[in-house]
Design a protein around this ligand. Sequence first.
Ligand code: HEM
Length: 211
Amino acid sequence: MAKLSYHYPLIIRIWHGLNALLILLLIATGISMYYVDPDSRLIEFSLAVQMHNISGIILSFSYLIFFIGNITTGNRKYYKMPLKGLGERLLKQSRYYAIDMFKGKKKPYPITEERKFNPLQKLFYVIIMYIGVPLVIISGWGLLFPESIIKAMFGLGGVLITVLVHVAMGFFISLFLVIHIYVSTIGHTRSANFKSIINGYGWVEETEEVS
Ligand code: HEM
């Protein structure tokens, strides 16, 4: 039987809302600066640069909220990923998203009190929050203070490497966002997960083994 359980502590919800807004701003201003024809820019160049820099600085502090929140609240347990059997769990979940879901089969890892994310979701959250976002922030600060960047590495200029890391991570986060929003619609109902990340309560389906 499905019931509601308190899944998203206030600090994580505040972080998430701020983070989503900032990332959307960073993507819009980033695309405007890099890819759009100079004559028909989405946002005027100097304004885009200013908005991008300010959003990036606020994002750095909001990331600290996430980092501290995930250490100091019980939320950290949901990010633990035992390596034993990981491949098998990822394969089962991928099979569900690619095939079984469309046949109306049951979820292999339904949400429980102890398991807020399925294995694939957990892997993506760990990669994005502990690799993608930190790298985009560090490279962003590097580009804000280019004099702090090492001169060259592997025969390539330090600034060029920093730009490549920044743009690649920005692209990766944008791709994550599209998949993240799609996967969020596969909940108790289409809109259930979106309501949960706002009011804190998520649907748990049954209590069973954690993985
Ligand atoms: C418009 C933008 C966004 C929407 C609509 C959205 C939606 C959601 C929803 C519905 C959930 C709850 C479902 C779940 O537990 O997985 C969630 C959780 C989460 N989202 Fe987003 N999201 C957005 C942007 C982002 C961005 C940009 C990131 C990271 C770069 C992100 C990272 C996360 C993480 C890590 C969680 C789990 C939080 C926790 O409970 O520990 N989201 N999001």
